[in-house]
Design a binder for this molecule. Structure first.
Ligand SMILES: Cc1cc2nc3c(=O)[nH]c(=O)nc-3n(C[C@H](O)[C@H](O)[C@H](O)COP(=O)(O)OP(=O)(O)OC[C@H]3O[C@@H](n4cnc5c(N)ncnc54)[C@H](O)[C@@H]3O)c2cc1C
Length: 562
């Protein structure tokens, strides 16, 4: 390119969705600039803890108390441990305003949160995309499952997803690598549920791990998952999907990728005369120097709430309230997943069997409430995780050889079973993010978050606990303990919306191709675009939407429409 600051495409953010956009554009020969606000993390080279033994950690894996106390929000995330804490944003480094309690979990580095995620990858179903139109909440999705189906297959084939073909319309099958086995008690519960309920199922949770790599995965330089279960450190085998191991190195190999890290995108530049976005304004995270980059197409993939922040901060005389925000709805209708409830119990049977070794997923109960008709006093429903493991204990008394001998003796306890809820929340105008008056050290306004549960969520928590208690009781489980953690929204790490898709520019920000209605050369394909939240983990859907939108953008560019 003649002008070193001009590219065909700019992608903001290098996480799960930005990595996919970059791969698609680079593969098709477009010069693509990826701007990432965090530090560079190269696959293999920058996983400092990946081969460390437990005794090599100064605090034996735990986060030092002083760090916990200074960072209460991120410390509540289960994966914030000594081995991976360098991949999480500390509360102290990047403050935000909580109008109501909200645990905002972030990863600012090459790969974003794709290094840290739990890799659960369930497709959404026709019921999910039809939900708002059928139940009358939010606005109608401008796409249906059929629009996304080929793109799910496309991203699954490349990413590598292990799973079973279960034949359920509530959780469509995909392109799967072989699954791992469930434990015998998970099998028992699956068979029991099948026998006892016509509409409920227990399946093997689909997961982005290479259980049996294909050529396309070997071509990415990835290898079979070794079941180390140390994924959040970054995997030296590329056994699980991350931007770092998969999409970004693939994009780099084409020679079309320019990756700039420590590049904080401040705003999208809108040219009033040209009537379109022309580029982005970037602040160097280290020197604070401001640079502008230009492109025909801009994909904003900074993760749901940061994408809202960037667009709200992108003001011009045409868009004084944020880019594309003619209807004043930018930042509103944010929703999330309700992960508050869980239930634990004991299974007294199967004492002649146990498990050995490790695995990276367990069982999954797809949504069964309000699927075909409205049957409860709350809208929508919940999915649930389910796992069963044999408990054990070891004698840690003694010193030296005595201790060693005692440790060798493992005493098996009963099977412990557990489930957690994954509830859909309803997008509402009153759940929003906006710009605060305070600014951060990069001259960006802080994000102010106003998100809460509502009556629908309370009823759903109760129903989950009632239903799972009934299912556990009927299955013969004992010592059932049901709990509502009352945790703040956010810890689910599935925040979505604020820049939602829809047919009508009066009530939505993006069209069916993820383009801003009012500024079509800007696309949003991360969680910000989601019209509703379903119950399934959302990242696979962001990947499919990103690949689909990139394909559309390239067709439009060829036709000189963009
Ligand atoms: C512990 C954990 C477990 C999870 N488990 C699952 C799971 O099992 N299944 C699932 O579907 N999802 C899971 N998630 C959520 C999943 O990680 C996210 O949905 C996914 O990473 C979102 O992709 P993204 O591209 O939108 O954002 P990210 O992957 O977060 O990437 C966004 C990138 O944008 C960058 N950025 C932000 N602001 C700017 C700016 N102003 N300028 C430039 N760059 C910027 C960030 O630094 C980051 O690198 C989990 C997350 C965590 C942390």
């Amino acid at each position: 390119m003649g002008d070193t600051n001009t590219y065909d495409v700019i992608v903001v953010g290098s996480g799960i969705s930005g990595g996919w956009a970059a791969k698609e554009f680079c593969d098709k020969g477009l010069k693509t600039l990826v701007l990432e606000r965090g530090k560079d993390v190269q696959h293999l080279k920058d996983y400092p803890t990946t081969n460390m033994m437990p005794w090599e950690f100064e605090h034996r894996g735990d986060v030092p108390q002083a760090i916990k106390e200074a960072n209460p929000v991120v410390s509540r995330c289960y994966a914030f441990k000594e081995d991976a804490m360098h991949f999480f944003v500390k509360d102290t480094d990047h403050p935000y305003v909580q109008e109501k309690p909200f645990d905002w979990i972030r990863g600012y580095q090459t790969g974003g949160k794709s290094l840290l995620w739990a890799r659960q990858t369930q497709r959404w179903s026709a019921y999910d995309f039809e939900g708002p139109a059928r139940d009358g909440f939010a606005v109608d999705w401008p796409i249906r499952y059929k629009d996304l189906e080929p793109w799910y297959s496309y991203v699954e084939t490349f990413a590598g997803i292990s799973g079973n073909k279960d034949g359920l319309d509530i959780l469509p099958d995909g392109e799967f690598l072989p699954p791992l086995a469930l434990t015998c008690v998970e099998d028992y519960f699956r068979d029991f549920v099948k026998k006892s309920y016509s509409d409920r199922h227990v399946i093997y949770g689909r997961c982005a791990h290479l259980t049996e790599p294909k050529q396309i995965h070997l071509d990415q330089g990835r290898a079979q998952c070794q079941k180390r279960n140390l994924c959040q450190r970054g995997c030296p085998f590329g056994g699980y999907f991350s931007s770092n191991s998969s999409t970004l190195p693939w994009a780099a190999k084409t020679g079309n990728l320019t990756m700039k890290t420590n590049a904080v995108v401040h705003s999208v530049i809108y040219d009033d005369k040209k009537g379109k976005a022309t580029g982005v304004r970037v602040i160097d995270a280290l020197t604070k120097k401001v640079t502008e980059y230009f492109a025909r197409i801009i994909f904003v993939n900074a993760a749901a709430l940061n994408t809202n922040l960037i667009l709200l901060n992108s003001t011009s005389s045409r868009f004084p309230n944020g880019l594309g925000n003619d209807n004043g709805l930018l930042g509103k209708y944010v929703a999330f997943h309700n992960y508050r409830a869980r239930i634990n119990a004991v299974h007294e049977g199967h004492l002649d069997k146990t498990t050995d070794g490790r695995r990276h997923t367990s069982a999954y109960i797809p949504r069964f409430r309000n699927v075909k008709k409205q049957e409860t006093d709350f809208l929508r429903g919940y999915a649930a995780g389910f796992s069963a493991e044999r408990s054990s204990k070891r004698d840690t008394s003694g010193f030296g050889l005595d201790l060693k001998a005692n440790l060798d003796k493992k005493e098996w306890g009963p099977w412990r079973v557990g489930s957690h809820m994954m509830g859909e929340t309803i997008p509402k105008e009153s759940n929003y993010v906006r710009l605060a008056d305070q600014k951060d050290e990069w001259d960006m306004p802080l994000l102010s978050i106003n998100i809460d549960y509502d009556d629908n969520d309370e009823k759903m928590v109760k129903d989950y606990l009632d239903q799972l208690t009934e299912m556990f009781t009927k299955a013969g489980f004992t010592n059932i303990e049901a709990a509502d953690s009352k945790q703040a929204p956010g810890l689910d790490i599935h925040e979505m919306g604020g820049v939602r898709m829809g047919h009508d520019p009066k009530t939505s920000l993006l069209n069916k191709w993820n383009q801003l209605h009012a500024c079509p050369n800007v696309f949003v394909t991360d969680g910000a675009c989601m019209t509703s939240t379903s119950t399934q983990n959302p990242s696979l859907t962001y990947m499919a939407l990103a690949a689909r939108a990139a394909d559309y953008a390239m067709q439009e560019m060829k036709k000189q429409q963009l």
